[in-house]
Design a protein around this ligand. Structure first.
Ligand code: FES
Length: 158
């Protein structure tokens, strides 16, 4: 949060039209907007936390949860939809017990729904930590998740 103070110092006039640039800079710095950050930004601009959430929710760019160690993006573009991406999403939500834009309690996985990622011939596609996984089905997704769980856990014990 001390780095957030450095951002706020640069917007020292405390004007409300600084809200979006401050949120953008804080997200760039921290990767997401924590509740603690939103409280500090609210104090700085004289705005309530709920007002800030209300404004920020209008913009798809803002994330309110820390991304998991394995950040899974599921493409819901047309080609992926036709090839069954909804089933993949449904399966992921059940397996991970989270909804899009949430992170699992163990911080291992986060889920995000994205528009076409530009490789429609490989549909349905998921992207995990920037890596593309083509022609996915629920079995492959579950295998991938299990691999990640093993990796995540073994790295924790090192
Ligand atoms: S629709 Fe999924 S990659 Fe284009």
């Amino acid at each position: 949060v001390s780095n957030l103070q450095n951002i706020l110092i640069r917007f020292s006039n405390g004007k409300r039209d600084s809200l979006i640039p401050i949120l953008q800079e804080e997200q760039q710095r921290a990767g997401y907007l924590s509740r603690e950050s939103i409280v500090l930004i609210g104090e700085h601009l004289g705005m309530s936390v709920s007002k800030i959430y209300g404004v920020a929710s209008f913009y798809n760019q803002f994330k309110f949860h820390s991304p998991g160690k394995f950040h899974i993006q599921i493409c819901r573009g047309t080609a992926c939809h036709v090839k069954g991406s909804y089933n993949l999403l449904d399966n992921l939500q059940r397996e991970l017990k989270i909804k899009p834009d949430e992170t699992t309690k163990d911080c291992l996985f986060s889920l995000e729904v994205v528009a076409c990622v530009g490789v429609c011939s490989l549909a349905p596609v998921i992207v995990m930590n920037g890596e593309f996984y083509a022609n996915m089905d629920t079995k492959k997704v579950n295998e991938l998740i299990n691999e990640c769980k093993t990796k995540g856990l073994s790295e924790c014990t090192n």
